[in-house]
Design a protein around this ligand. Structure first.
Ligand code: NAP
Length: 351
């Protein structure tokens, strides 16, 4: 990579439903921005890591009916990232600062007005990539969904879908630390082994288990008090059947439905369980919680436990910005193993 070559990843068209393909993205080489072009308060950022997150699929639909704006075809993809400031016309930022935020463009380097960008420190056991992982948005999502939403109590049982993923692996560990019986669902034997290794009491490979209902009953003999819902579809239906009276469901996401069409969408059959069992279902969006005390509490607990080795966090790193579109599409086929990030450059790369 040279200082004047810039890769830029753009969305070619909206994909309202169905499965997006690699052709829905365009990888271009364009001129890199220069520090001479900076206007007041702007910074020039070189990406270190970009985050692949399921919610980016929602931004590809063109829908106006969402909690986050849709991408405009022809514009670069935008999401969470970590980068290094290469030049600054903003008194709050200096060359060499490591910054993070959710308005990182999928370009090697980009210029921003820096609104929403925060400085982080890289060192003392916390790597730059950690700001997308163990201390990043998905981990905080786990904290909000479990601690702020679900009111977990020691001895209760929590079922976690997509348990090896960016959110799920943190739910498992936070729940174990609070004395819950943790049951995970994961899509391969390697993922099952990993989720067991981070403390889950039982983990089910939902793809190879023929009678999932029976397997959940065996893994959760006292029923499910909390279902941490990451997946939706049939897994949600089976979880509903196994919920205890006054159970709680944290409605975090439903990735199995993000590429659905009206014809393939899964419609819940066991919906009456909500009434029979007096179940509380609380949908939530993590961005509502950054200004609440929950965020400070999360950083305090998780950074301490991570530094002391009480929490582990699996990053799944794909190298090269040009590979970012496929890295994102992989999430919807379970091809990621842990929190998927794209490594764009090294801190030490020449400017
Ligand atoms: P992730 O778990 O790291 O990756 C997605 C995983 O979902 C895949 O590895 C796969 O795991 C599973 N999956 C994909 N397609 C599936 C399907 N058709 N059926 C069943 N499982 C499928 O992703 P994440 O970042 O942690 O996100 C997990 C969920 O949390 C998503 O629904 C996401 O939208 C949601 N989320 C919500 C918020 C919020 O604020 N509410 C914030 C962040 C994330 P397996 O191989 O185990 O099937």
């Amino acid at each position: 990579m040279t200082a004047n070559s810039n890769i830029s990843i753009k969305l070619v068209r909206n994909v309202p439903s169905g499965t997006p393909t690699i052709d829905d993205f365009q990888v271009e080489t364009v001129d890199a921005p220069t520090k001479e072009s900076l206007k007041d308060n702007q910074i020039l950022v070189r990406n270190l890591y970009l985050s692949c997150d399921p919610f980016l699929r929602g931004r590809m639909t063109g829908s106006r009916n969402s909690y986050v704006a849709s991408f405009e075809p022809g514009n670069p993809i935008e999401g969470f990232g970590v980068g290094i400031v290469e030049a600054s016309a903003n008194p709050d930022f200096s060359e060499g600062d490591i910054v993070t935020g959710n308005r990182f463009l999928w370009e090697t380097r980009f210029v921003t007005n820096s609104l929403g960008f925060v400085k982080v420190s890289s060192g003392s056991g916390i790597s730059a990539g950690s700001y997308l992982g163990v201390l990043g948005m998905p981990s905080f999502t786990a904290y909000v969904g479990l601690i702020s939403i679900s009111n977990p109590k020691a001895g209760e049982t929590v079922l976690v879908s997509a348990a090896s993923g960016a959110v799920g692996q943190m739910v498992v560990q936070l729940a174990k630390a609070r004395g819950l019986h943790v049951v995970g669902l994961a899509g391969s034997d390697d993922k099952v082994d990993f989720v067991k290794s981070i403390g889950a009491d039982a983990v089910i490979n939902y793809k190879t288990t023929i009678d999932l209902d029976a397997a959940i009953k065996q893994a959760a003999p006292n029923g499910i008090d909390i279902y941490f819902e990451n997946v939706g579809g049939e897994l949600f239906d089976i979880a509903l059947k196994n919920m205890n009276t006054f159970g709680r469901i944290a409605g975090c996401g439903m990735i199995s439905q993000y590429n659905a069409t009206p014809e393939t969408a899964y419609y819940i059959k066991n919906i009456m369980e909500i009434v029979i069992k007096r179940i509380t279902i609380s949908g939530f969006v993590v961005s509502d919680y950054y200004t609440k005390p929950d965020y400070k509490n999360f950083i305090q607990e998780v950074s301490t436990k991570f530094k002391e080795g009480e929490i582990t966090y699996k990053l799944d790193e794909v190298v090269g910005l040009e590979n970012a579109p496929q890295a994102l599409l992989d999430l919807f086929e379970g091809k990621n193993f842990g929190k998927r990030v794209v490594k764009v450059s090294d801190i030490s790369d020449k400017q």
